[in-house]
Ligand binder design. Structure first.
Ligand SMILES: Cc1cc2nc3c(=O)[nH]c(=O)nc-3n(C[C@H](O)[C@H](O)[C@H](O)COP(=O)(O)OP(=O)(O)OC[C@H]3O[C@@H](n4cnc5c(N)ncnc54)[C@H](O)[C@@H]3O)c2cc1C
Ligand SMILES: *[C@@H]1O[C@H](CO)[C@@H](O)[C@H](O)[C@H]1NC(C)=O
Ligand SMILES: *[C@@H]1O[C@H](CO)[C@@H](O)[C@H](O)[C@H]1NC(C)=O
Ligand SMILES: *[C@@H]1O[C@H](CO)[C@@H](O)[C@H](O)[C@H]1NC(C)=O
Ligand SMILES: *[C@@H]1O[C@H](CO)[C@@H](O)[C@H](O)[C@H]1NC(C)=O
Length: 501
């Protein structure tokens, strides 16, 4: 596998930078419109403006309404690393001479919930979706995946060869946000966080410089990109370690809420290290929605073509069940099924916290959820869920930035997931979410079960996932930012999301 420091590209960018530099001084762009026209000049046909078909199709492809509602002055859709380099080089110069005109966002699959993390009002949005190819190294051990690809397409490309990579569990999720935030896959009990399967990344850092980053070549940048989101640059390609994967078993089983005690018992059993099965994953969700009231759904997957394996029987044997789709199927079909449970177009909020599980702890959190329903049940289109899943296993020798202990696989991630229809309910939902998480953390702290880790990709804007990685990881991230982005382009010009400074 090879791909190298693109010296040719860097030289060209330097030339561009000089040209822009002079231009910026002369033209002194003040408005974002000039920022867009500058990009239009350099990349004609790749910059689109409000109301044009390409602008609309990009905006309308965000998963959540709150991201779709933002209106950047222009959207630029690079089709190559050189394009991304020109864009970042241009924005760096603008940031240097006129910081207020350099606002930009980086957008992958557009599934992030945090408002302003992957789109903005009045700036430039860099939509990576055209950089979506998946190819293989000659020996098939590495998949080269574009940072604008969506996981279902990546899986579909590898499936005919009986290969796969660790990626998102729901069709449509993008590789860019998922992998830079960590990434929980169906293979996490065996292979850890999806970002732990990255062999190398092609990244465009401030100034438009293109780097090929690996654990050997740029170790300080490599590890902070595993969890550091968009703080260091724009990843243009992920080189992912493949593994053999044939058909799996999986599906969603829906139960009556009266089964809650049996469900929590089964979950505690599932967390027991003595019966750990690295092929089994479970997503246990307590869901309330206006049309049905409360329900419990268990998503069970098994990474072998084996129906109802012992590790999952404690769940599959619980009755009464309303429906179950457990079957043998390819991964691409299972992620498409999960997408059908989560339609796009509503508003959405995720928040999360982690605990060392006990039956009483899981029950207390369930009770907090249950007691909160009344206060939020009147919200139009409300779906209000508390979801339990195992924190991915920490692999030996793992050096990502998440800062999790070696026994992280014995911890439970509690995800609060809320979707609703109308912006007029945003404040009520945000307040409720904060209260629920605070109440849970008050409980887990008092009970000695609290863990400070928060999963960035499920975090709301009131949370601080980067601090949750621990002081030493946070310090490494700040040092890498100062080293690779001394002007702070990704800190100042790309606001939103979870920033270091
Ligand atoms: C329906 C649904 C299902 C989900 N299921 C899972 C799951 O199974 N497992 C899991 O771990 N998570 C899951 N998530 C959370 C998901 O991982 C995050 O939303 C993730 O950020 C999505 O990545 P994206 O590229 O689609 O998002 P975007 O909204 O496009 O980007 C999210 C953030 O990443 C940054 N970013 C995007 N691309 C790049 C890049 N190339 N370089 C640098 N920064 C970049 C953006 O600037 C933004 O801050 C799910 C989310 C949804 C909505
Ligand atoms: C890449 O994106 C284009 C445009 O959205 C789409 O038509 C195409 O099917 C995608 N290709 C792959 C391999 O995902
Ligand atoms: C993939 O696995 C299936 C089932 O084991 C087998 O029939 C098929 O030949 C394999 N395909 C390749 C390309 O190895
Ligand atoms: C949920 O809360 C309601 C009242 O708020 C209570 O009647 C019900 O028993 C609770 N359900 C469970 C399963 O604890
Ligand atoms: C959490 O604990 C703090 C400090 O004891 C308290 O002020 C707050 O009201 C509690 N919040 C919730 C939602 O339980």
């Amino acid at each position: 596998m090879t791909s190298l420091p693109h010296l040719g590209v860097s030289r060209l960018i330097l030339a561009c930078l000089c040209w822009l530099n002079i231009n910026a001084v002369i033209a002194a762009p003040k408005s974002t419109a000039k920022q867009c026209s500058k990009l239009s000049l350099l990349l004609p046909s790749k910059v689109s403006y409000p109301a044009s078909p390409s602008y609309l199709s990009s905006i309308q492809s965000y998963f959540w309404q709150q991201s779709e509602a933002l209106t950047p002055a222009c959207i630029v859709t690079p089709t190559s690393t050189l394009d991304v380099s020109i864009i970042v080089g241009t924005l760096t110069v603008l940031q240097l001479f006129n910081p207020s005109s350099a606002l930009f966002s980086v957008r992958g699959g557009g599934h992030g919930t945090v408002v302003g993390a992957a789109n903005n009002n009045g700036g430039v949005t860099i939509d990576m979706s055209h950089m979506n190819s998946t190819t293989l190294s000659p020996d098939k051990s590495i998949a080269f995946v574009g940072a604008g690809a969506r996981w279902n397409n990546v899986f579909a490309a590898l499936e005919p060869l009986n290969l796969t990579v660790s990626g998102g569990r729901v069709a449509g999720i993008g590789t860019g946000g998922f992998l830079t935030g960590g990434g929980i896959s169906f293979f996490s009990p065996e292979y850890g966080w999806a970002c732990d399967r990255i062999a190398g990344m092609e990244v465009v850092i401030a100034g438009g410089v293109v780097l090929y980053v690996t654990r050997q070549l740029f170790p300080d940048l490599f590890s902070v990109l595993q969890g550091g989101s968009n703080n260091f640059g724009i990843v243009t390609r992920f080189d992912l370690k493949t593994f053999e994967q044939g058909l799996m078993s999986g599906g969603v089983t829906v139960y009556d809420v009266s089964t809650v005690t049996a469900q929590l018992d089964a979950f505690m059993g599932f967390m027991n290290p003595a019966t750990f099965d690295k092929k089994a994953t479970v997503i246990q969700a307590f869901v309330w929605q206006a049309a049905f009231g409360p329900l419990i759904t268990i998503d069970m997957e098994y990474a072998l073509p084996e129906l109802n394996p012992p590790a999952l029987q404690p769940f599959s044997s619980i009755q009464p069940q309303y429906q179950s789709s457990q079957r043998i199927a390819p991964l691409s079909e299972l992620v498409t099924e999960l997408a059908s449970f989560q339609p796009s177009g509503s508003r959405g909020l995720y928040a999360n916290t982690v605990l060392k599980p006990t039956f009483d702890g899981l029950k207390a959190i369930y009770d907090i959820w249950n007691c909160t329903i009344d206060s939020i049940s009147g919200v139009d289109g409300i779906v209000f869920s508390i979801i339990y899943q195992r924190v991915p296993t920490t692999l030996a020798g793992n050096k990502n930035s998440l800062g999790l202990p070696s026994d992280a696989g014995s911890l439970v991630l509690v995800e609060l997931s809320i979707s609703w229809n109308s912006a007029s309910d945003d404040t009520l939902v945000a307040t409720t979410a904060k209260n629920v998480i605070t109440a849970i953390e008050n409980y887990t702290k008092a009970a000695g079960l609290y863990n400070k880790f928060k999963y960035l990709n499920y975090a709301d804007s009131f949370q601080e996932p980067l601090s949750g990685y621990g002081a030493s990881n946070l310090a490494k991230m700040k040092a890498a930012s100062k080293k690779y982005d001394p002007l702070g382009v990704f800190q100042k010009a790309a606001p939103g999301g979870f920033k270091l400074m």
